[in-house]
Every structure is written in structure tokens, then in C-alpha cells.
Design a binder for this molecule. Structure first.
Ligand SMILES: *[C@@H]1O[C@H](CO)[C@@H](O)[C@H](O)[C@H]1NC(C)=O
Ligand SMILES: *[C@@H]1O[C@H](CO)[C@@H](O)[C@H](O)[C@H]1NC(C)=O
Ligand SMILES: *[C@@H]1O[C@H](CO)[C@@H](O)[C@H](O)[C@H]1NC(C)=O
Ligand SMILES: *[C@@H]1O[C@H](CO)[C@@H](O)[C@H](O)[C@H]1NC(C)=O
Ligand SMILES: *[C@@H]1O[C@H](CO)[C@@H](O)[C@H](O)[C@H]1NC(C)=O
Ligand SMILES: *[C@@H]1O[C@H](CO)[C@@H](O)[C@H](O)[C@H]1NC(C)=O
Ligand SMILES: *[C@@H]1O[C@H](CO)[C@@H](O)[C@H](O)[C@H]1NC(C)=O
Length: 271
């Protein structure tokens, strides 16, 4: 009884099908989809098929050890397809996002075997750009301890300034943008609207950490590190440099006054 049910099922399907393999690749890559054949024989026929929703268009074939490429069926594949004559694997050169879709290989021998691939081509992510958006004074200038850049009172752990920065990157399929502090993810954003670039702001209170912004999709990512001097200059630094300039000016003026005084004295003395 069990055997006959099994035979009926085999009669209905009659083929061995692998589970669909998910493949993620980056635009511009050379991609190899393996047929799972180790040695080609003359009486083995291999067919590769492609389709966005259904792999129903024949693109390559090996028959009696001869390779046939039907890349004119799918114009975006023109010149990009190759087959490995030893293994029957499909090679796609310099893949583009329009070649995302379902691929199926049919290996016809004494029995027929299938393998299916769900291939997704992702674009390269763009390099995130960090811009300073504002520097907010938290405590009064007079309450700011210039040597530590922390407020004097009432809360000594409060920084004199909070620096707000904005990170932006181009959006794309499954792209996310994140802020990291050392190895800890602080915040993340993504959007299904690919026309608008992603951006994520961050308020920085501690200057003793490394902050970086990462744009990532499932196949690649790019990182930009926050540069405190450029994107978060300390107001207290500016005050110091202003004081320094002031000191120099004072020095020059007093030197001039001194020289003038000496000159007048010498003049008076002579006359
Ligand atoms: C890869 O394909 C793109 C178009 O999809 C083309 O602009 C580029 O020149 C190709 N690169 C190579 C190395 O053939
Ligand atoms: C074809 O079938 C023969 C006999 O069943 C088997 O030995 C051989 O490995 C098969 N070849 C391929 C490429 O599947
Ligand atoms: C193929 O993969 C894509 C992206 O992961 C998914 O959206 C789609 O539903 C999958 N298609 C099939 C038929 O599994
Ligand atoms: C993450 O970013 C969003 C949008 O910029 C903001 O509303 C939210 O408060 C942020 N969360 C944290 C933990 O910083
Ligand atoms: C994105 O832009 C394209 C053309 O630039 C337009 O056809 C499409 O409707 C836009 N999508 C959204 C969600 O605004
Ligand atoms: C950075 O400074 C803050 C405040 O002074 C302190 O709480 C924190 O532990 C410091 N972090 C590191 C990594 O030194
Ligand atoms: C970035 O890519 C590397 C491998 O190239 C991976 O180890 C890392 O986890 C990725 N980072 C993120 C934030 O996706």
C-alpha cells in the first residue's frame, strides 16, 4: 500500500528537485551557478532557464558535449553568458540588476534533475557623508570648565556642548544606514522609497569614543568615521584660539607702546 502511494507520487512528479537556493551578488560581479555535475558525459543534456518570476526562457544548453548560448532571447544577457563544458555550470559575467530573477538548470540523463536559484543582484552602496548640523551649548559659557569641556554646575557630567551631526547615503534595495559608537549600533534607518536618500542624525555628548556611519545592504557596506576636528569642533577650542589671538595682539600692542615709549624717552633725553 505504502509502496504504491510512493510510486504514484513519483509518477506524478517524476523528477528530483532541490530546494530553491537563494543567491545574493553585487552588480558587476562574475557569478557562477553550479549545475552539480562533476563530469559531463556525451549522453547528458543540460538546460539553463531564466525568468523574472518563472524560469521558463531557455538561455544556455549543452547537448552531445556542444555548448549553445541563446542570449538573444533575453537581450540584457547579450555577451554575458558562458557555460563550463566540464561541469555544465552557468557563468554570468559583469552581472547587472536586471538579471535578478529565477534560474533553473535541468539535467537530463537516465532521469531528470532540477536545481533552482533565486538570484538577487544588489547595487554597490554609496559612501556615507557626515555633515555637522549644529553645536548646541548646554550650559552657559561662564559655567563651562574650559579645560575639561564639561559644565561646572549643576551637573558636572554634562558636556558644555552637544554636537549634532547628520549622516547621509544614497538609498537602494535593502540598504540601511546606521550610526555606531565603537562596536555598538546606536541607531538605524531604511526606507522603501528609493528616490529619497537616507539620512540619520546623531547627538554627540562624549568626545572620547569613535563614531562611524555605515551604509550596508546584504552584500556590501561602506563606513565613514566621524572626524571631531572637522565635524564637531569644540566651541571651547575656538575660545582658546581666540584668547591666543587676543594675547598675541596684546603682546604686539604692548611691544609697540614700549618701543614708542623708549623712542620718546630717547628723543626727550637727547633734546
Ligand atoms: C559592466 O556592465 C556595465 C553595464 O551593465 C558597463 O557599463 C560596464 O562597462 C561593464 N564592465 C565591464 C568590465 O565590462
Ligand atoms: C547519468 O546517469 C548515470 C547512470 O544512472 C550515472 O552514473 C551518471 O552519474 C549520471 N550523470 C550525471 C551527469 O548525472
Ligand atoms: C527571491 O528572493 C527575493 C529577495 O530575497 C524575494 O523577494 C522573492 O520573493 C524570492 N522569490 C521566490 C520565488 O522565492
Ligand atoms: C534614531 O533616529 C530617529 C530619527 O532620526 C530618532 O527619532 C530617534 O530618537 C533615534 N533614536 C536614538 C536611540 O537615538
Ligand atoms: C521614483 O522616481 C521614478 C522616476 O525618477 C518615478 O517613476 C517613481 O514614481 C518614483 N517613486 C516614488 C515612490 O516616488
Ligand atoms: C567617556 O567619557 C564619559 C564621561 O566622562 C565616561 O562616562 C565614559 O566611560 C568614557 N568612555 C570611554 C570609552 O572612555
Ligand atoms: C560589513 O561587511 C563585512 C564583510 O565585508 C561584515 O563582516 C560586516 O559585518 C558588515 N557590517 C555591517 C554593519 O553590515
Amino acid at each position: 500500500m505504502f509502496t504504491s502511494v510512493f510510486l504514484i507520487l513519483c509518477g506524478v512528479f517524476g523528477v528530483k528537485t532541490d530546494v530553491m537556493k537563494t543567491v545574493f551578488v553585487t552588480e558587476g560581479d562574475d557569478v557562477t551557478l553550479h549545475a552539480g555535475v562533476s563530469v559531463m558525459k556525451e549522453d547528458v543534456q543540460i538546460l539553463w532557464m531564466f525568468g523574472r518570476k518563472n524560469p521558463d526562457t531557455l538561455i544556455t544548453e549543452i547537448y552531445k558535449l556542444k555548448i549553445f548560448i541563446f542570449d538573444s532571447h533575453v537581450s540584457v544577457m547579450k555577451g554575458k553568458l558562458q557555460m563550463d563544458s566540464q561541469t555544465g555550470s552557468l557563468i554570468i559575467r559583469n552581472i547587472s540588476s536586471v538579471l535578478s530573477g529565477l534560474y533553473k538548470v535541468q539535467i537530463i540523463n537516465t532521469t531528470t534533475k532540477y536545481r533552482r536559484f533565486n538570484l538577487t543582484v544588489y547595487a554597490r552602496v554609496s559612501l556615507p557623508v557626515i555633515e555637522r548640523s549644529s553645536v548646541v551649548s548646554v550650559c552657559q559659557t561662564s559655567d563651562c570648565q574650559k579645560n575639561t569641556a564639561f559644565c561646572i554646575d549643576p551637573d558636572k557630567s554634562l558636556p558644555c556642548e552637544v554636537c549634532a551631526v547628520m549622516c547621509s547615503a544614497d538609498n537602494g534595495a535593502d540598504v540601511s544606514l546606521s550610526w555606531f559608537k565603537n562596536n555598538e549600533r546606536l541607531n538605524q534607518t531604511s526606507s522603501p522609497d528609493l528616490n529619497i536618500s537616507l539620512s540619520l542624525s546623531l547627538e554627540i555628548k562624549e568626545r572620547n569614543n569613535t563614531y562611524y556611519c555605515v551604509a550596508a545592504n546584504p552584500v556590501n557596506n561602506l563606513t565613514t568615521q566621524l572626524n571631531f576636528q572637522e565635524q564637531c569642533p569644540q566651541h571651547t577650542d575656538l575660545v582658546h584660539s581666540c584668547n591666543f589671538t587676543e594675547a598675541v595682539i596684546r603682546l604686539v600692542i604692548s611691544a609697540l607702546v614700549c618701543v614708542a615709549t623708549v623712542a620718546i624717552l630717547v628723543y626727550d633725553f637727547r633734546s
